[in-house]
Design a protein around this ligand. Structure first.
Ligand SMILES: NC(=O)c1ccc[n+]([C@@H]2O[C@H](COP(=O)([O-])OP(=O)(O)OC[C@H]3O[C@@H](n4cnc5c(N)ncnc54)[C@H](OP(=O)(O)O)[C@@H]3O)[C@@H](O)[C@H]2O)c1
Length: 334
């Protein structure tokens, strides 16, 4: 297969390129090349997508194209230039506005599309609306297409640093009596997908020219179980102290990502559905998932060997101060 990856210098798109090269495909990565190096064995085709695509990209014949863009104008231009390939477009579960309910692409409604470019990092809504427009451009313009909508992607090379917080934090609990703050309730449902499993499935979908729309999500699991699996993966035995979400919110702790945040924590019940999408349709279409402990182990190994590897979440001093205040607050009668 002649595969064109639009991107290829970061996390997921680089993992796709690496996986495809490993299977013996001819792989080119079209991007500026400023976010990192393309995977070994691939060809770098220099392209800044704010300009029209060079002939080396748009006039070549590609069997499949994988695109991870967030801006509708970039996707429209690329699809118009290469309409005959099979497209695998990487979207997001943020295309669904109803974050309180779980479901599948067949049961959940979508945001209205936003066809003009905006800042995808401004809000989950704008990001989701633009991804809907990108999906529509692909579905309307390409000869055949797969849309994959990932939930939280985790694993080595993660430039967002979200899941990475947990292997890093729990790995520090090697000795006895190391207390770790766990957010919300142990039975809050969550899900993650390993970047390598997602990348491998994307290459499968491209090889088979599978048409359809799928959520790219992992096993639905209670947060308490996931943290136990992460701890097992990094060889740690933490003592988790579960801290109520109202308390965390009252102390200005942010959910999900960023400074003073706790990754994998989302306010409930308004986000009960966002990280509990049914993986069954995607597994029926070939998605295979590795154990969470393996993802945790490999993420920690990557972080430990990568100067400047990304990790978001609470600083240790912030966590210690919150635990101290929580002990006081939760010991007060009534
Ligand atoms: N991480 C998650 O948990 C998560 C969850 C849901 C969905 N997703 C989706 O998964 C995908 C992640 O993709 P990714 O890991 O490869 O990261 P990404 O941040 O989407 O990667 C962007 C890629 O596009 C290239 N690029 C950016 N601007 C460009 C431009 N102007 N011209 C040409 N190329 C440009 C970058 O290369 P250069 O900068 O080198 O040019 C890089 O290789 C995205 O579609 C995201 O929406 C992620």
């Amino acid at each position: 297969m002649r595969l064109l990856v639009l991107g290829g210098t970061q996390f997921l798109s680089r993992a796709v390129a690496r996986d495809a090269v490993g299977r013996g495909h001819q792989v080119a990565c079209a991007c500026r090349g400023v976010s990192g190096a393309v995977a070994a064995g691939t060809t770098h085709l220099p392209w800044d997508r704010t300009n029209p695509g060079p002939a080396s990209v748009t006039e070549e014949r590609w069997d499949a194209v994988v695109d991870v863009a967030r801006l509708p104008s970039q996707v429209r231009t690329a699809v118009a230039g290469m309409p005959d390939a099979h497209w695998v477009f990487v979207s997001t579960i943020n295309v669904y506005p109803d974050t309180d309910v779980a479901g599948t692409p067949a049961t959940l409604r979508l945001h209205e599309p936003r066809h003009t470019d905006g800042d995808p990092y401004e809000s989950p809504e704008i990001y989701g609306q633009m991804k809907v427009a990108c999906e529509q451009a692909v579905l309307r313009g390409a000869a055949s297409a797969t849309i994959v909508r990932p939930g939280l992607v985790s694993g080595p090379d993660d430039n967002t640093g979200r899941f990475t917080y947990w292997p890093w934090r729990l790995a520090q609990a090697h000795g006895a009596h190391v207390e770790v703050l766990a957010p919300g309730r142990p039975d809050d449902l969550v899900q993650i997908i390993d970047v390598r499993d997602l990348a491998s499935w994307i290459v499968d979908l491209a090889e088979r020219r599978t048409a359809g729309v799928f959520d790219a999500v992992g096993e639905i699991v209670p947060l308490g179980d996931l943290l136990d699996r992460v701890a097992a993966g990094v060889g740690a035995t933490p003592e988790l102290t579960w801290v109520d979400q109202d308390f965390l919110q009252s102390r200005g702790v942010q959910p999900w990502a960023g400074p003073r945040s706790i990754p994998l924590w989302l306010p409930r019940p308004e986000h009960d559905g966002l990280v509990a999408h049914d993986p069954a349709p995607s597994m029926a279409a070939g998605l295979r998932l590795r154990p969470h402990a393996e993802t945790a182990r490999d993420t920690l190994a990557w972080l430990s060997s990568t100067p400047g590897g990304a990790r978001t979440g609470l600083a240790l001093e912030e966590e210690a101060s919150l635990l101290q205040d929580w002990r006081v607050a939760s010991s007060r009668p009534g």
